[in-house]
Structures are given as structure tokens and as C-alpha cells.
Design a protein around this ligand. Structure first.
Ligand code: MN
Length: 335
């Protein structure tokens, strides 16, 4: 998925450092994508912009697609329909708990995103992709769209590419089971490479069980609860809520009365300051303006070197919204 907000604000993230051993409940902001799809945005959050290099977390569903007409501006389409749109200086991590999404991108990838499989797209200086739930696919959709900021040393140097890791390692810890998406948890390491020290894992904790989860002292962590509820210290996170844990912990004690499924996200605090707007990450406002111009030129030209067309996608790409401050405000209506 992508950031489909019609009037996104530009935000500065990173370079904040991290406090040690914070325990803080982060609530989601509901964001409407297109006309009918509501997602819950956990990052950036008004209290916390990033967790390690994780800079964007949307949680969506579980939605019954058969009950809905469209999720974007595609009349008659069922479910998710995100037309080709660009990304820069980041990786998208698509993670499903239920359902299936078809991914296509401008380097020619065509993949089905399925539960338990890691699909990671590295934008480098520019890539475009589409994400669609197919009419004959599973009726329910539940997932997380995550972005990882690329460090300055790699963000324009790395060639855009897409990888699927279908065979991820599974970890058993007391009453918990986890799929390690990226990085290392309790000595179990994902095959997916990362550009900064990073971890992501999908945990299931059985009802009535507790877990002492080993952590890396220098990492900053958060957990996102996607089912059930999870207790850490004196805080309880329910469905769609995130617990921010800070840094400086070698473990955290977690319990769940009714069982929980949660994502563990962490990494070394991201020290570079970055600028995020719409689907772009840069280091300056000027870079964002250039990326937007290049994307709009790509739409006009049917593809450019920086943002080639997405082969196999039948439809128009998604135009960028106006940059903040460039749209005339509607006149206040007189009564
Ligand atoms: Mn996207």
C-alpha cells in the first residue's frame, strides 16, 4: 500500500536519538485511503516519529472485501486497488496476516504478497509499484504496510529492486512463536538483508502465557498489537495499538491473558534527519520537490529513467497531490 492521503503534510523525522527504557502507549491515527479504506497509522506518530529506521507503519483490516465496493477511486473494483505510485530513499515491507495482494513494479517484478512471506521493495533513487487485491482472491485482508528509511550512504546508490523471502525462520520461545522477518531475534536470523541494524518479527503469544523477550541494548523497539492484547509493565496494548519501549533493554517481559499477535519492530536509532512527504523520503524539501516533478513527468511521458512505467498494470498511475502551500484554500462559505 502507499500513502494515498490527498493533502499530506511534509514532516521531518529521525535524528532525535532515543530515550532509554521508555514505556509508552502510541495510539493510531485513522487515515482514509481513497473513498472507503480506513487504515490506522502508527508511525509517524505525534509522539514518536521513528523506531530505528522504521519510519512508516500502517495497520489495516481485517476487512471483508466482499462487503465493499472499492478501496480507492476504482469504481466497481473489489478490495484494494492502489495504482502505480513512486517511492524514493526507502524500503517498503509488505506483511500480511490474512489475504493476498498482487504486487507489480517498475523493475518488472510481479509477485503475490501472502501471509508469512516477506516482500521487500528497495526504492533507491526511484521505483514505482502497484498493489491490487484480485477479484478471485481471498475475501479477507489484514496486514501492515511498513517503510524502512535508507541511510544516506545507500539511498541513491542502491539500484531499485524487489525481493520475496517465502521461507523465513520460525522461533519458539516458551509460549510464543515468531516469524523473523528481518534481522535477528533470540539468535534466529532472517535471510533478508538490511541497510541499518534492524529487526522485525511477527509474534503469537498463547493465552495465559508470558514471554521474556531478549532484546539488543542499543536498539530502540516498539510492538504493534494486531490481535488480542498484550501487557508490558503497567500498560496494556489492545488491537491496533503500539507500545514504544525505547532503548537500553536487554529484555522485556510480556504477558497476555487472552492471547496476542504482535509485530516487534526495532533497530539502532536513526540518527540522520530526513524529510518525508507523500510517498517520498529525501533529505531536503528541494529533493522532495524534484521527486514530485520527476514523478509527474514520468506520468506525462509514460515512464522515465527514474520512474519507469509499471509493466502489466492496466490503468493510470496515481498523480502526486499538490505540495503543501501550493493549493489555494477554498473560500470560507458565507452563511
Ligand atoms: Mn507504496
Amino acid at each position: 500500500m502507499s500513502n494515498l492521503e490527498k493533502d499530506p503534510a511534509e514532516g521531518v523525522c529521525g535524528g532525535e536519538g532515543a530515550e532509554s527504557q521508555v514505556l509508552e502507549l502510541l495510539e493510531a491515527r485513522e487515515v482514509l485511503l481513497g473513498r472507503t479504506t480506513k487504515v490506522r497509522r502508527l508511525l509517524p506518530n505525534k509522539n514518536r516519529r521513528m523506531v530505528g529506521a522504521w519510519c512508516f507503519v500502517d495497520h489495516y483490516g481485517p476487512d471483508d472485501l466482499s462487503a465493499r465496493v472499492d478501496s480507492y477511486d476504482g469504481p466497481g473494483e473489489r478490495g484494494m486497488l492502489v495504482p502505480p505510485h513512486p517511492h524514493t530513499s526507502l524500503q517498503t515491507v509488505s506483511w500480511l496476516f490474512e489475504g493476498e495482494i498482487e504486487h507489480r513494479d517498475s523493475v518488472g517484478s510481479h509477485a503475490m504478497v501472502r501471509p508469512g512471506e516477506l516482500n521487500i521493495m528497495t526504492a533507491g533513487n526511484g521505483i514505482a509499484h502497484s498493489e491490487v487485491s484480485l477479484p478471485d482472491g481471498p475475501p479477507r485482508l489484514h496486514g501492515a504496510q511498513l517503510w524502512v528509511a535508507l541511510p544516506d550512504s545507500d539511498r541513491t546508490a542502491v539500484a531499485p529492486h524487489f525481493n520475496t523471502y517465502a521461507d523465513l525462520p520460525v522461533l519458539d520461545l516458551d509460549g510464543a512463536r515468531a516469524t523473523v522477518m528481518i534481522g535477528t531475534v533470540a539468535g534466529v536470523t532472517s535471510p533478508a538483508p538490511a541497510y541499518t541494524p534492524l529487526v522485525g518479527a511477527d509474534f503469537q503469544l498463547a493465552a495465559g502465557r508470558s514471554l521474556t523477550l531478549p532484546l539488543t541494548l542499543a536498539f530502540e523497539y516498539a510492538v504493534l498489537v494486531v490481535a488480542g492484547s498484550l501487557v508490558a509493565g503497567d500498560l496494556t496494548a489492545g488491537f491496533g495499538e503500539m507500545l514504544y519501549l525505547g532503548t537500553g533493554r536487554d529484555s522485556i517481559f510480556l504477558t497476555s491473558a487472552d492471547g496476542a499477535r504482535f509485530l516487534l519492530l526495532g533497530g539502532e536509532p536513526f540518527e540522520e534527519e530526513l524529510v518525508m512527504w507523500w510517498n517520498f523520503i529525501g533529505r531536503t524539501h528541494e529533493e522532495i520537490v524534484a521527486a514530485r516533478n520527476d514523478w509527474m513527468a514520468s506520468i506525462d511521458a509514460g515512464g522515465t529513467d527514474r520512474f519507469p512505467a509499471v509493466p502489466g498494470y492496466d490503468g493510470d498511475p496515481l498523480p502526486a497531490p499538490p505540495l503543501p502551500g501550493t493549493r489555494l484554500k477554498p473560500r470560507p462559505r458565507s452563511r
